[in-house]
Design a protein around this ligand. Structure first.
Ligand SMILES: Nc1ncnc2c1ncn2[C@@H]1O[C@H](COP(=O)(O)OP(=O)(O)OP(=O)(O)O)[C@@H](O)[C@H]1O
Ligand SMILES: [Mg+2]
Length: 164
C-alpha cells in the first residue's frame, strides 16, 4: 500500500490514529507532517509518542529544533518542528543536532523522526519518507482529513502494518 486517506472527527481520534502509527513503527522511519497552523500535527505526534510507549508529555519544540523522547523497546522519537526557525538556523541547527544524519538514514535503527512543517526542509528529506498531510474540513471545525503517502520500502511497510 502506498497511500491512505483517513477522515477524523476529533482531536481524540487524531491521537488514536497517532497511537496506531506509534505501534506500527519499527524504527528508522521518517514521518514528514504537513498542514496549516492548528491542523493537528502536534496532536498526531502526541499519539505517535503514546503508541511508542513514551511516558513524557509531548509538546512542540518551540525555541529549539527538536525534542527527543525514549519509548518502549529502546525506541527513540525525535520530534522536529521547523516552524519558528529561519532557514539558515534550521540548516545550522540541523548540522549541530546531526539532523542531516538522522534524515539521510544514518540514524539509529530504533529512531523515528517526526517533522512538523516538513515543507520547510523538503530538500533535506530522505527518499524513503512517509508524508502525512492534514487538512481541515470546510464546515465542522473538528473534522480533519489525513493523507499518508509512502515513498520507499520502510514507509510502505509502515502503511501496510497500520491496523486502521
Ligand atoms: N480532528 C482534530 N484533529 C486534531 N486536532 C483537532 C481536531 N479537532 C480539533 N482539534 C484541535 O485543533 C488543535 C490542533 O493543534 P495542534 O497543536 O495539534 O496543531 P499543529 O498542526 O501542531 O499546529 P502548529 O502549526 O501550530 O504546530 C488542538 O487544539 C485540537 O484540540
Ligand atoms: Mg504543532
Amino acid at each position: 500500500m502506498q497511500a491512505l486517506r483517513i477522515d477524523v472527527r476529533s482531536s481524540y481520534e487524531m491521537q488514536r490514529i497517532g497511537e496506531l502509527i506509534g505501534k506500527a513503527v519499527q524504527g528508522g522511519e521518517v514521518l514528514a507532517l504537513y498542514g496549516d497552523l492548528g491542523a493537528g500535527k502536534t496532536t498526531l505526534v502526541q499519539g505517535i509518542a503514546a503508541g511508542m510507549g513514551v511516558d513524557a508529555r509531548v509538546t512542540s519544540p518551540t525555541f529549539i529544533l527538536l525534542n527527543e523522547y525514549t519509548g518502549a523497546a529502546g525506541r527513540r522519537l525525535v520530534h522536529v518542528d521547523t516552524y519558528r526557525l529561519a532557514e539558515e538556523i534550521i540548516l545550522a541547527e540541523a548540522a549541530t543536532f546531526g539532523l542531516e544524519d538522522l534524515l539521510t538514514g544514518e540514524f539509529g535503527a530504533k529512531d523515528v523522526v517526526a517533522i512538523e512543517w516538513a515543507d520547510r526542509i523538503e530538500a533535506l528529506l530522505p527518499d524513503d519518507v512517509l508524508r502525512i498531510e492534514i487538512t481541515a474540513g470546510d464546515d465542522d471545525p473538528d473534522v480533519r482529513t489525513i493523507r499518508m503517502t509512502a515513498s520507499g520500502e520502510r514507509s510502505t511497510l509502515l502503511l501496510e502494518n497500520l491496523q486502521i
